[in-house]
Design a protein around this ligand. Structure first.
Ligand SMILES: [Zn+2]
Ligand SMILES: [Zn+2]
Length: 545
């Protein structure tokens, strides 16, 4: 009987058994097939069936190494792999496949002819374990059940064979360990590995161990599934030099953080600051969206191409205690580099925004100096502070800092290491940008009459986000940014913007009698608010100094 037919009969038997065991359950749905415990139960049932009630020969299935094969969900990473892994599933169809699953690494059909009778390895295992489990009349009972068994000599030879086989299994495990080690090592060095290499490594080790072994396709697919190795398209290339320079940068970042933490011992974390610019396009153009499978072009809607090429800058000041200090700098892009008097008259600037403008929407040295004098200098009147910033040339001129009173320590983050050593870059801006994305997404999706490219709305939007992130609940988030760059050593638990403001636990705006759908939860007062009541009518909490 072919393996597939056996499997079908077995399944039918199994289903019947399930119904007998759980008579109150109509369907098989209560079985969670990916739950290992359930699988154990099923296999116990199979075992029982094969030993006690079932008359078909199915021993090959019983010791199937499901712990390795079935644990976890297999992730197929790309389409190339689909064909590959379906190859490896042929297992069930071929003649001796169940045996291959049983000992996926063994090469030949493991069987032994004893006294002119052929026994498979699992058969021998069953006979021996049955023989050992019986108290009296061992041989007679065994002979009754397994008519192929003639005398005790046979049992003794089975035992010897199984012992020898046990040693073989150990060697096979060693081969597997070696292949995994070689693979992991090659991947750590970004080397290209193909299936042939894995087979070659298996062969190498087997020869050393004097193990008769052929690295078959079945063995290969077993290893690939077990360690979740899949074929992937290479998406990025690096040179040896780049790897080395990456190591160098990592070392430079570590050294810099050490230097700062040593120099700042005893200084209040409230007085240690990181400042950095972050650029925003007036338009929000996300890179991904949900869409239809197989479509030729996935199109994103812009309000104007002009807005998509124009940008502005924001700059916060984040303390090591996780607080956002003072006002948020917003530098708009204006054709003449200034906000004209007529616009100024009508423009409402919330108290937490420090508004500047330039032709490019980027900062320059003159604007930096203005910001330092207006926003940083007042901090130094009473105390000495520490400033940490990156090596952008607009930051470096020491004339910029000449008006700062007291002894102000300054540290410049080495070029190329900002993603490792700049707290704002490392974790803060990503949360900030997520907040902004939420606003754009909701406005676009609900087709709200709110032009987010207008100066006034840009300013309001940043006033809202900044005010929300100044809520005490987000101090931990700010601190985490420092922790993630290793300035702080104690692990910081924090609530993200998503956790706190966009948890969607309540779907109605709680502002007076508003009937709108809520957009966010205020991080200060915990009210759920619609976009009108948080953004259009700016929901604002004054920050205690
Ligand atoms: Zn509030
Ligand atoms: Zn509302």
């Amino acid at each position: 009987m072919c393996a597939m037919a056996k499997a079908l009969i077995l399944c039918e038997k199994l289903l019947k058994l399930c119904h007998e065991t759980f008579p109150n359950v109509e369907t098989g749905e209560y079985l969670h097939w990916n739950c290992e415990q359930e699988l154990h139960r099923i296999f116990d049932l199979i075992k029982e069936a094969t030993l006690e009630r079932c008359d078909i020969v199915v021993e090959n299935f019983v010791e199937y190494d499901y712990a390795n094969e079935c644990s976890g969900v297999e992730v197929i990473e790309d389409s190339a792999e689909v064909t590959n892994s379906s190859d490896s599933l042929v297992i069930m169809d071929s003649e001796n496949t169940s045996q291959e699953i049983l000992t996926p690494i063994s090469q030949e059909w493991e069987s032994e002819t004893i006294d002119n009778v052929n026994f498979t390895l699992p058969e021998m295992k069953y006979i021996v374990s049955y023989y050992d489990s019986i108290k009296r009349n061992k041989l007679a009972c065994t002979k009754r059940r397994y008519s192929k068994v003639k005398d005790y000599k046979m049992i003794a030879r089975f035992k010897k064979y199984l012992q020898k086989n046990g040693r073989k299994q150990e060697k096979i495990a060693e081969v597997e360990k070696y292949v995994k080690m070689k693979f992991d090592d090659a991947k750590a060095r970004f080397l290209h590995v193909c299936e042939r290499d894995m087979q070659r490594w298996g062969g190498q080790k087997a020869r050393l161990l004097e193990l008769p072994f052929k690295a078959s396709r079945t063995w290969l697919s077993f290893i690939k599934r077990k360690y979740r190795y899949v074929s992937r398209k290479i998406t990025k290339y690096v040179t040896k030099r780049e790897i080395d320079s990456r190591d160098d940068l990592q070392n430079a970042a570590i050294e810099f953080v050490n230097e700062v933490t040593t120099a700042c011992k005893g200084i209040n974390p409230d007085d240690i600051y990181n400042f950095d610019e972050s650029g925003f396009k007036y338009e929000f153009s996300p890179k991904r969206t949900l869409s239809f499978k197989g479509e030729k072009d996935t199109v994103g809607l812009l309000t104007s191409h002009n807005a998509n090429s124009h940008s502005y800058t924001i700059m916060p000041l984040l303390s090591m205690s996780g607080k956002l200090e003072g006002k948020l700098l917003v530098c708009l892009q204006e054709p003449k580099g200034i906000i004209g008097p007529r616009v100024s008259e009508t423009l409402e600037v919330p108290e937490n925004i420090y508004l500047l403008a330039s032709k490019s929407g980027k900062m320059d040295k003159a604007l930096m100096k203005r910001w330092i004098n207006d926003c940083v200098e007042p901090l130094t009147a009473q105390k000495s502070i520490v400033l940490i910033y990156d090596s952008w040339k607009g930051h470096l001129d020491s004339n910029l800092y000449e008006n700062l009173k007291n002894d102000c320590k300054r540290f410049v983050i080495p070029a190329g290491t900002t993603s490792l050593a700049q707290p704002l870059d490392r974790h803060f801006f990503i949360e900030y940008k997520l907040f902004r994305r939420k606003i754009f997404d909701r406005v676009n999706l609900d087709e709200m009459e709110l032009d987010l490219h207008k100066r006034q709305n840009v300013i309001k939007m940043h006033s809202l986000i900044y005010n929300q992130l100044q809520a005490p609940v987000f101090n931990a988030l700010g601190k985490y940014a420092w922790f993630s760059c290793t300035y702080l050593t104690e692990r910081v638990k924090f609530q993200s913007v998503n956790d706190k403001c966009f948890n969607a636990l309540y779907d109605k705006c709680e502002h007076d009698n508003c009937t709108e759908e809520s957009f966010m939860q205020c991080a200060h007062c915990n009210l759920y608010l619609c976009l009108t009541h948080c953004l259009v009518e700016l929901h604002y909490h004054r920050i205690q100094e």
